[in-house]
Design a protein around this ligand. Structure first.
Ligand code: DGP
Length: 114
């Protein structure tokens, strides 16, 4: 999608600190980290938010979640864990309309979120 920041990151038009890439997924560090480790995993397919997933997207989202787990473990969170978050639309606090998994680690998280 031409005006989507994350599609521009996928296309290389906006730089990012890339962690992982394959034909379906991209992972990169969040520009505004909320924890010592904070990265995003996104599908290359432009899906605006979790409410707009089709059933056919289920394998892709499973792969995305598993990649988030693998990368979190590789980046030091295997023992103590991490927070895995997908914000959705305005009440969910979503600011970029391209579905993304936040992975936050390296500190103890509070619950419930604000
Ligand atoms: P959300 O509020 O769930 O939509 O989170 C969007 C996140 O995306 C937010 O934590 C900041 C991050 N972000 C926004 N623009 C950029 C960017 O240009 N580069 C990177 N690396 N992260 C971005």
């Amino acid at each position: 999608m031409s005006d989507c920041i994350f599609c521009k990151i996928i296309a290389g038009e906006i730089p990012s600190k890339k962690i992982y890439e394959d034909d379906e997924l991209l992972a990169f560090h969040d520009v505004n980290p909320a924890a010592p480790l904070h990265f995003l995993v996104i599908p290359k397919k432009h899906i605006p938010n979790i409410m707009e997933l089709d059933e056919a997207d289920a394998p892709l989202m499973g792969k995305l979640l598993f990649k988030g787990q693998e990368l979190a473990a590789e980046l030091g969170c295997a023992e103590k864990g991490a927070r895995f978050v997908i914000n959705c639309k305005s009440d969910g606090g979503q600011t970029v309309d391209h579905i993304h998994l936040h992975v936050l680690g390296g500190r103890r998280m509070a619950w419930p979120p604000g």
